[in-house]
Write a protein that binds this ligand. Structure first.
Ligand code: GLA
Length: 742
């Protein structure tokens, strides 16, 4: 048992799940330093986080969990006595940010080597600063003039804390960072932890995995140069055997980084659990000349005693209010039309105009031309890099079409993939050295394209200039920003060998910088992050984009699982979902327009079908759903999400409920992929309503069983529930509950 570590498990406070996520910013966060006990304490939202300086001078986590009383004793931090001579005193202390050096045996946060051959770095507390809701603590090496500034930011609405580190080399020699995390989050010793994380691949992203945490390490991450869909930089850890959507202690977090990343979960010899996240150390190296520094991304994390459902709602709230670029003013997602599945690369002025006219009649608010409008882009073999309008397809440029789209009352959007180049492009013919490569080595193509080396200033300037010109010369309101391959041969031969691996940091920082500058110069332009589907969704890119594309898989049944997995980490309000053609191109599955609309209405609604082929009856159905969606979208996009029935593991039935932030409306979506014997559809008991208020329901689609009252109390809908008549395969229902009074 580790000494000096007070258990962070909640003696849960009497706050309801709804209170936690609905409350306006509760008390301002308090950050204090108790000089006698050498104790830092952060109280934010319903969370207390504490760490202290031990007698060796190291920073140790002391507590992370439910809010404690102001006078509750914490600390002081004590050096862990270790376990045996192999795990000597201090080696198993739950350090806040461990340098690799001294007697450390745990996963370090920072590993470095110096020009003189030294690889030992022992970080001790040196100083701190507290301003408002931010704490900065300086660690310094015991001999060398190396500082690491740990930064803690607080979000009182959710209790989510953001942590990052700035590594400063004040010595007179070069220091090379071999590995750097943003933060480590320590949990107390225990044998009853489970880890949840997300895995995926193209067209099947967002699968929730659960595994017991056992002694040893679990790693999730990406070596792909970008976020990737194999894992997503999010985790949740639950404690005990009683957890579910609504109960149980959950610690959760996500990295705000869109480059190669790693989150590693260790359970040490004392059964303590440590979650370390930051740059992926694989092939990583960042040289700091004297006077230089490295700022890591932010690793956010939170805690709730109210189960994984509440952990998700906290993430959603945090993203909408704190992460997204427009934050509180974040606009609701307009209903969009995208031409990709209808026309693929065969876009032209006349065809797009026809689609725009048809889309406007359905109530669409944003019209987006996908791939194929630029350069020699007639297939995915050519054109990337040449961001000028293809005059064969648009003889008068984009202006006539944009004018038409605007006249139809819609905003206009365009697909771009600015970080890429096809070898068959004017850009590549002019600048073959602009792609990532090693000299005299092969350049592997993915989807016939190479990755531009955005770490180079001239390349980053080109990408910015070309997009700035596009947005300046055309009245564009939206970019779908795509990214369709991983890195290979990530060389940067134009800089000194010891600088080349900085590409992992510089590329992503330059990408962020380009987006930031574009947003500042074109404040009316919104951006969607897409990466062959959902391969670039993280809190970093989300800080600069307004919505994301979770998957190229638009089959409405597959989408139920994909969208469910997405919501563990990310808000439905940024998750775009299109109604496309039937049979679906991914799996040839046929489904009704009702099923397709209801599935897509769980997120930001879009239409991606060839609507010129729709019959008048189909148009009427679509018009009705689009109009209905506009009445409920603020609840779906901004409300509290309750996952009532999970579609995971091919489960035939699934249901979600969203409750408006002001409690005035709740929206229920229920799906059945496959009927089973004579089983009735399960009763759905709602969550998050005011038990005393009265709610009247109306059906968007489907039927309730005979005898269902038109109106009843929140208590009735939450305890008695509602029975829907859903029978057969690929059937669905949508129900809206409006509060009528108390
Ligand atoms: C990627 C995107 C798709 C589409 C195509 C265009 O696959 O995920 O939505 O934009 O590129 O080439």
């Amino acid at each position: 048992m580790a000494l000096g570590f007070v258990f962070g498990v909640a003696t849960s406070l009497p706050i309801s799940a709804a209170t936690t996520t609905r409350a306006a910013a509760s008390a301002t966060p308090s950050i204090t330093y108790d000089a006698t006990r050498k104790l830092f304490r952060i109280d934010t939202g319903e969370v207390t986080y504490a760490f202290g300086v031990d007698s060796d001078g190291m920073l140790q986590t002391l507590y992370w969990g439910a809010r404690l009383a102001a006078r509750d004793p914490l600390g002081p931090a004590r050096v862990s006595p270790g376990h045996a001579s192999f795990d000597s005193p201090g080696s198993t202390s739950p350090q806040e940010y461990a340098g690799w050096g001294g007697r450390i045996t745990i996963e370090p946060d920072l590993k470095a080597h110096f020009a003189d051959g030294n690889r030992d770095l022992v970080l001790h507390y040196a100083s701190h600063r507290i301003h408002d809701d931010t704490l900065e603590v300086e660690l310094r090496d015991i001999r060398l003039d190396v500082s690491v500034w740990l930064r803690y930011t607080t979000d009182p609405a959710t209790g989510i804390i953001g942590r990052s580190a700035r590594i400063e080399n004040h010595t007179t020699q070069a220091m090379t960072v071999d590995a750097a995390s943003a933060a480590s989050w320590n949990l107390p010793a225990g044998d009853d932890y489970s880890l949840r994380y997300l895995t995926g691949a193209w067209a099947r992203e967002w699968n929730l995995q659960t595994r017991a945490i056992t002694p040893g390490a679990t790693e999730i991450g990406s070596r792909r140069g970008t976020t990737g869909d194999q894992n997503n930089p999010w985790f949740a850890i639950e404690r005990g055997n009683q957890w579910n959507e609504e109960h149980g202690d959950v610690w959760f977090g996500a990295l705000a980084w869109s480059g190669s990343w790693r989150i590693r979960i260790d359970q040490d010899v004392l059964h303590q659990v440590r979650v370390t996240g930051g740059y992926n150390p694989f092939d990583f190296s960042y040289r700091l000349a004297p006077g230089q520094s490295l700022q890591t991304p932010v690793f956010y994390a939170g805690y709730t005693p109210h189960g994984i459902g509440e952990a998700s709602r906290m993430m959603h709230r945090f993203e909408i209010n704190t992460v997204l670029p427009q934050r509180a003013e974040t606009k609701l997602r307009p209903v969009l039309y995208n031409s990709w599945e209808a026309t693929e690369f065969k876009v032209d002025e006349a065809g797009q105009e026809k689609l725009a006219e048809a889309a406007a009649k359905l109530g669409v608010e944003r019209f987006v031309i996908d791939d194929g409008w630029f350069g020699a882009r007639n297939s995915d073999h050519a054109g990337l890099g040449d961001w000028t309008v293809n005059r064969n397809k648009f003889p008068h440029g984009l202006s006539p079409l944009i004018g038409k789209v605007h006249a139809l009352g819609m905003s206009f959007g365009l697909w771009v993939e600015p970080e890429m180049v096809n070898p068959d492009s004017d850009l590549y013919r002019a600048h073959p050295d602009w792609a990532l490569h090693f000299n005299d080595r092969p350049r592997s193509e993915g989807r016939n394209q190479l990755v531009l080396n955005l770490a180079r200033k001239d390349v980053a300037d080109y990408v910015y200039d070309v997009l700035d010109r596009l947005l300046s010369e055309n009245d564009i309101q939206f970019l779908k920003w795509d990214y369709n391959r991983n890195w290979t041969e990530p060389g940067w031969p134009e800089v000194a060998p010891e600088e080349q691996q900085k590409v992992y940091v510089a590329f992503t920082n330059n990408l962020y910088d380009i987006m930031r500058r574009l947003r500042a110069r074109h404040p009316g332009v919104e951006i969607e992050s897409c990466s062959g589907g959902g391969a670039r969704v993280d809190l970093g890119i989300m800080g600069l984009t307004d919505e994301v594309w979770p998957s190229d898989n638009t089959d409405p049944s597959d989408r139920l699982t994909i969208q469910d997995g997405f919501t563990y980490a990310y808000a439905p309000g940024v998750m775009m979902a299109w109604v496309t053609g039937s049979p679906n191109w991914v799996n040839d599955r046929r489904s009704s327009l009702d099923f397709r609309f209801l599935s897509s209405m769980q997120g930001g609604l879009g239409i991606g079908a060839n609507i010129l082929e729709w019959t008048p009856e189909e148009n009427a159905v679509a018009q009705r759903y689009v109009a209905e969606y506009k009445r409920i979208r603020s609840t779906v996009q901004r409300g509290l999400l309750y996952r009532l029935l999970s579609p995971r593991d091919q489960s035939p039935q699934s249901a979600t409920e969203s409750v408006a932030a002001d409690g005035s409306q709740a929206v229920l979506f229920a799906f059945q992929r496959q009927g089973h014997e004579a089983e009735p559809y399960p009763t759905l008991r709602l969550r998050g309503l005011d038990p005393k208020a009265r709610y009247r329901y109306r059906l968007i689609h489907g039927e309730a069983v005979e005898g269902t009252p038109a109106e009843a109390s929140g208590a009735f809908w939450m305890n008695q529930g509602i029975d829907l008549k859903i029978r057969g395969d690929l059937q669905a229902a949508g129900v809206v509950f409006e509060r009528t009074g108390t």
